[in-house]
Design a protein around this ligand. Structure first.
Ligand code: AMP
Ligand code: ZN
Length: 461
């Protein structure tokens, strides 16, 4: 069945035709591992995972590369400020390597909790310094880069056109350009490929330009070239990467290989919190851990993200998460009813459901539409194992583990001990102590429920 993807490059939906029928090659810009990933970051990762799963549903094999940025991503995308890794290392009093290892592990823990598949190749920037240096040398040799006293810059005026993804008009921008950090830059949109390290800089490598370190954009060009070749099928990322990072990747590839590296550019929209931005100052930066702490299965967030197309803004609210939690329960119950059902359903009915689901996911990953079909199957009046099997097939795309029971929540030992002490106090009619222990249990996030069979605790949601 035909697949259509919206391509940011051409600004329209296009039929997807891979360069190689047997294997689809994808590059995704991965995390900068200097802090916890937020549920916003995870929305982008879920979108990328759905893309993978939809391609596999269509029978394709994948070679998917995701980088881990552990050097060179400065605080501002305009080549200004400190390296994010170094800033975090300084603030947390750790080495950049410790910071990278710590946050990389947390990132992969989140992916696992969300049932997000690990790409075939995961590669770290610091493991590819040689490839990046070679790339920069090639750009210099091809006349696309120049040296200043602080860095090696890409010269955007050497390209036939810079800004094809975001439609920037260089002439308009020039007049209103901001004050540059480096006065030796030739054009406002020139960007750093390689940065000369000040003395005492923690992460630096020898280069023809002295001790220095890579800019952020060069790592993706060097690693995609190494693992996927000069041109591959799909490049993905969050929408914020379009105007700078992805424009610069395209510029680099054109300068080094004369080609736009990917044929289809797919971008996920942002997750909003209560209609606005997630920001530290508003105190509304949520991690997946926050959702888990409130007692939800993390896959509830995955299901929540299907309430909206990946190219539209999605508004996060706790009410939304609560509704998604109930929906996930209903999905699991519905699946079980079909599994135990003994009625027969016409093959045409099953095929029609399958066909509509397949059409929806192939239409630029239309998950809200696909979920509509899933609910029709769940609610279908005849309960049949054929439909349970169909739901399991759909779940290869949904990734919701609809056939797995939720693990019963483990009550921590500390709470069970407190509960025992409270029972004892009650037996001894020591009501003050019993009340104190109940309040203490509450402080620790659990509510005590008394019944004729004794006391139990429940996590406060
Ligand atoms: P950052 O941690 O801001 O560098 O973000 C890492 C990646 O996650 C970015 O490239 C974005 O594409 C994506 N991202 C960040 N915030 C959000 C958000 N609120 N919603 C969706 N994607 C996001
Ligand atoms: Zn990238």
């Amino acid at each position: 069945m035909e697949i259509q993807f919206y391509n940011t490059l051409t600004k329209q939906k296009e039929k997807f035709i891979p360069l190689n029928e047997k294997e689809v090659r994808i590059y995704s810009c991965g995390p900068t591992v200097y802090k916890n990933a937020t549920i916003g970051n995870m929305r982008t990762n879920i979108f990328q995972d759905v893309l993978r799963r939809v391609l596999k549903y269509n029978g394709y094999k994948l070679k998917h590369v995701m980088n881990i940025t552990d050097v060179g991503h400065l605080v501002s995308d305009g080549d200004e400020g400190e390296d994010k890794m170094l800033k975090s290392a300084r603030e947390e009093n750790k080495s950049p390597l410790e910071i990278a290892e710590y946050y990389t592990k947390l990132f992969f823990d989140d992916l696992k909790a969300l049932n997000i598949e690990t790409p075939e190749i995961v590669c770290k920037a610091t493991d590819h310094i040689t490839e990046m240096l070679e790339y920069v040398k090639k750009l210099v040799a091809n006349g696309f880069a120049y040296e200043t006293s602080t860095a090696i810059y890409f010269d955007v005026s050497k390209l036939d056109k810079y800004g094809i993804l975001s439609g920037i008009n260089l002439n308009e921008q020039k007049s209103g350009a901001r004050v540059e950090v480096d006065k030796e830059k030739k054009n406002p949109y020139d960007f750093a490929l390689w940065i000369k390290a000040p003395e005492n800089h923690l992460m630096k490598w020898d280069s023809p330009w002295g001790p220095s370190y890579p800019g952020w954009h060069i790592e993706c060009s060097a690693m995609s070239l190494k693992y996927l070749g000069e041109q591959f099928d799909i490049h993905t990322g969050g929408i914020d990467l379009i105007p700078t990072h992805h424009e610069n990747e395209i510029a680099q590839s054109k300068g080094a290989c004369g080609k736009i590296p990917a044929r289809y550019w797919m971008h996920g929209e942002y997750l909003l919190i209560n209609g606005g931005k997630m920001s530290k100052s508003l105190g509304n930066v949520y991690l997946l851990e926050d959702i888990i702490k409130r007692g939800y299965n993390p896959l509830v967030y995955r299901l929540f993200s299907y309430s909206c197309h990946y190219r539209n803004k999605l508004n996060f609210t706790w009410e939304g998460i609560d509704a998604a939690s109930k929906s996930l329960e209903r999905l699991k119950e519905g699946y079980k009813k079909h599994l135990l059902g003994e009625e027969q359903v016409n093959k045409e009915v099953v095929d029609e459901f399958e066909n509509r689901f397949h059409k929806a996911i192939n239409d630029d990953l239309n998950m809200p539409l696909a979920m509509g079909v899933v609910w029709e199957v769940i609610r279908y009046e005849k309960k049949s194992k054929q439909l349970a099997d169909l739901l399991l097939k759909f779940d290869t795309v949904l990734g919701l583990k609809i056939n797995e029971e939720d693990a019963k929540e483990q009550i921590p030992e500390e709470i069970t001990n407190l509960l025992e002490q409270r029972s004892k106090a009650r037996e001894e009619k020591n009501w003050a102590e019993s009340d104190r222990l109940r309040d203490l249990i509450k402080e620790k996030g659990y509510i005590v429920k008394d019944s004729k069979d004794g006391a139990t605790v429940e996590k406060i949601k």
